[in-house]
Design a protein around this ligand. Sequence first.
Ligand SMILES: *[C@@H]1O[C@H](CO)[C@@H](O)[C@H](O)[C@H]1NC(C)=O
Length: 402
Amino acid sequence: MGRQGGNNESSISFAAVLAGLFFVVALYCATDPFKHSAIADFPDFETYYVELPSWSEIPTERDSDNLLQKSKIMFKDEVQGPESVAFDPQGRGPYTGVADGRVLFWTGQSWTDFAYTSSNRSEICDPKPSILSYSKNEHICGRPLGLRFDKKTGYLYIADAYFGLMKVGPEGGLATSVSTEAEGVPFKFTNDLDLDDEGNVYFTDTSTKYSRRNFLQVVFSAENTGRVLKYNAATGETTVLVRDVYFPNGLSLTKDGSFFVFCEGGKGRLRKYWLKGEKAGTTENFALLPGFPDNIRTNDKGDFWVAIHSRHSTLASLEAEYPRLRKFLLKLPISAKLQFLLHIGGRPHAVVVKYSAEGKLLQILEDSQGKVVRAVSEVEEKDGKLWIGSVLMSFVAVYDLH
Ligand SMILES: *[C@@H]1O[C@H](CO)[C@@H](O)[C@H](O)[C@H]1NC(C)=O
């Protein structure tokens, strides 16, 4: 009896401690007195419900050999945060946009400055030891993300996260503005683009609320102000093709130009937008991905390579379904960086997938431990090699397909 009584007492005090602890955490979360949480600086931050594909629909294929670990690391510490990797119409390059706002060109021997998007560059844009230290000045120095050459004119089109859609001639230098707004709403986070044969540009603006440096807030909020747009080369007008998209990201035309595919980052799927034929102007699902995508590029055969920055995880699914739980977790004194790491499954993990033009999964390559390729933003296939860039890496990884 005595022992049992003791147990009762300790369980009562345990319950009291738990209740007290809960009260303190709840109070902390309600007020965040030390402004430690990931959303402390965003008083208007709101979380929304996300309808993710069900687990049974998500592809389960894995690359158990972790083939991406066979990639060769190139240009280590010579390029910081190379998101997009492009070759010019003569096949020279690559060209890539880096964290300090420049577009660099690999001559075959060395990297040279090719272009930049900001007319107001100063020493604040100088190279820094860490990729993350650039974000403070991105709105001044520029941040080129998606790159594409117009094969006819040789112009390079740039989706700059802060300055909108831009272009620069084959001689390089300061890029000029092509488009900065649609329907009177300025772009806030221009992300990727592609061109058709007439020189029209299709591109994405990830959010009209948050800029690139706050991409975690877009992810965590699940706000859907993202837009897919068209710049009409003949009229100079920009129109909205698809609105209310949660984190639109990469975009790529199919080889025959009859449709383009864009990444719906927040939902982990690819959407198809018809440009020609009787379905022109309509969208439909193209493929459900094994994770959350970044950029997408077409190879010579017309297949699509998609860069996946993280697989679906149980936590991400729970957070999608329960926005209030997500808000509660975000109010804990955990940094945005750590929240994101938990969200993507605890550690960086590179996945690239190839889909046919019909939306069939053809190939999957991974580095599930993030040993060699920690993250991927884009995959560009050229001459049997995959050129892999990432905003989080200070190198380009090259994977030999043979
Ligand atoms: C130009 O850059 C400086 C910092 O180097 C900044 O203070 C100033 O606001 C910028 N001007 C414009 C027009 O962006």
